[in-house]
Write a protein that binds this ligand. Structure first.
Ligand code: HEC
Length: 200
């Protein structure tokens, strides 16, 4: 007699084969998705665009517009920021320049000298032989008349006049505007000491 197990009993122990089927998405998920979608649209439509700025980054609309307006008051322009963006690459963050290449602004007689000369130099640029603190330079300083407005030049010059041990009088936007219109005919940079000293 053979002792093979009963095949029917063996079959009874097996689970049915799993089957792939097309299960519909549960209606709870569909409902939740739809509800979130509707909530999003309603939220956007209902949100108040004039929300108090304290909820955001703290600046209000007037401040944001003032910062980008070309005729902003000198008080609203950050001279230090203009300096880092436009001048520090050459004259260095500490105003010391690079020996023999870029003259220093710290303790410079041009920075603390005549207002008109300093303004005109930054508006139109400088090239040719220039003496700063007894050292001779012969480089090219770019013009900034097209890049900076009166308020920005004023804030910038006021800033460099109060940094690195400098202490000269602040410069106002009206002074910059006056020099800008007085030197309208200037095409190209001033050539060295001689032309800078001739600025009225
Ligand atoms: C590309 C480099 C460069 C940049 C940027 C630059 N300068 Fe100059 N600057 C010079 C050079 C070079 C001279 C000397 C020119 C010469 O030798 O004729 C000079 C000279 C000057 C002088 C007169 C000399 C002195 O050291 O006091 C002043 C003032 C001055 N720059 C201010 C500025 C200000 C303000 C800015 C930013 C708006 C600025 N410069 C941006 C290169 C630069």
């Amino acid at each position: 007699m053979s002792t093979l197990p009963d095949p029917n009993l063996q079959e009874a122990r097996e689970n049915p084969e799993p089957q792939e089927s097309h299960n519909p998405m549960p209606w709870v998920v569909i409902l939740l998705t739809a509800a979130l979608f509707v909530f999003g649209i309603v939220y956007i439509l209902r949100s108040d665009l004039t929300t108090p700025p304290v909820w955001g980054d703290g600046r209000d609309l007037a401040e944001l517009q003032g910062a980008s307006s070309s005729a902003g008051a000198a008080g609203s322009v950050d001279g230090a920021a203009v300096y880092s963006a436009r001048c520090a690459a050459c004259h260095q963050a500490n105003g010391a320049g690079l020996p023999g290449v870029f003259p220093p602004l710290a303790d410079s007689e041009w920075v603390s000298g005549k207002d008109n000369t300093l303004i005109a130099a930054v508006l139109h640029g400088i090239d040719g032989p220039l003496t700063v603190k007894g050292q001779s330079y012969n480089g090219v300083m770019p013009a900034f008349a097209a890049q900076l407005n009166d308020a920005e030049v004023a804030a910038l010059l006021t800033h460099i006049r109060s940094q690195w041990g400098n202490s000269a009088a602040p410069i106002g936007a009206e002074a910059v505007a006056a020099v800008r219109s007085a030197t309208e005919g200037q095409s190209g940079p001033y050539h060295g000491d001689a032309e800078l000293n001739a600025i009225p």
